[in-house]
Design a protein around this ligand. Structure first.
Ligand SMILES: [Zn+2]
Length: 117
């Protein structure tokens, strides 16, 4: 896939040769119909965004993704007051939950997880 770096964002060639979509990694967003109509709504990324990330922004974007995930976990626990550790791990994955406990944002006591405010 051809990618052209712009001052702000990237141009990614679509499967139609000579047609380009604009990708902005802040967001991230893409101007292709697939992203605008479908992926945006479900919080997923299209292949153009992924292509740019793979080539240019991997490290930064991964940490941003983790940060969003942490926020989601914290919000979830905060709303409920406390959460069952197994439920949380099932929902968000062991690593994300573990990292928050290690960082001290969450505390776990006898299988119940709470936000440390
Ligand atoms: Zn796209």
């Amino acid at each position: 896939m051809r990618i052209i770096k712009l001052k702000k964002g990237y141009k990614v060639e679509s499967h139609l040769k000579g047609k380009f979509y604009k990708v902005d990694l802040n967001g991230p967003s893409c101007t292709c119909p697939h992203f605008l109509i479908r992926m945006k709504k479900i919080g997923e990324e299209c292949k153009h965004i992924n292509a740019v990330k793979e080539r240019y922004g991997k490290v930064k974007q991964v940490s941003l993704k983790n940060k969003n995930k942490s926020d989601k976990i914290l919000d979830f626990v905060r709303k409920k007051g406390s959460a069952d550790a197994m439920e949380l791990i099932k929902k968000f994955g062991e690593k994300g939950v573990d990292d928050l406990i290690k960082r001290g944002d969450l505390i776990e006591e006898r299988g119940v997880v709470k936000v440390l405010e």
